[in-house]
Design a protein around this ligand. Structure first.
Ligand SMILES: [Zn+2]
Length: 138
């Protein structure tokens, strides 16, 4: 995997932008063939639950952009490019802006929490409780 260094340098904050996570998500997606937004899921996960959560959110984003291509979208409109980008972009949010993703698409957040086997929102909320620097400006 080759990454552009300026993109890596801009990654790693809590700002929903993370090139490393984005490209890794594509790699995970391709473990079972073409990148199509459906990576190999853990055994206890259900493909239909994954597909319906992702599809509903994707369609919702698509509807907003169909109505107005310049609309303010809850997440980066690039996610509406295709299901593979939707998975990669929501993975970025999952790790670097879990609060935004959870607010916009709670079902997608839940699927990604099962997939990545962690809960970054809980981590962020703990940080926000302990360190004023992480709190959102009121
Ligand atoms: Zn991509």
């Amino acid at each position: 995997m080759i990454l552009a260094w300026p993109g890596v340098q801009q990654s790693g904050g809590w700002e929903a932008y993370n090139l490393v996570i984005h490209e890794l998500a594509h790699k995970l997606d391709m473990l079972n063939g073409d990148a199509n937004g459906l990576p190999p899921l853990h055994r206890q996960m259900r493909i239909d639950a994954w597909a319906s959560a992702m599809q509903r959110a994707y369609d919702q984003l698509d509807r907003i952009l169909d109505a107005d291509p310049d609309a303010e979208t809850p997440i980066d409109p690039y996610a509406a490019e295709n299901p593979a980008e939707f998975f990669a972009v929501t993975s970025e949010y999952f790790f670097s802006a879990p609060d935004v993703l959870h607010r916009a698409f709670p079902e997608v957040y839940a699927q990604l929490a099962d997939f990545y086997r962690q809960d970054p929102l809980a981590r962020l909320q703990r940080l926000q409780a302990e360190h004023p620097d992480y709190r959102e400006p009121a």
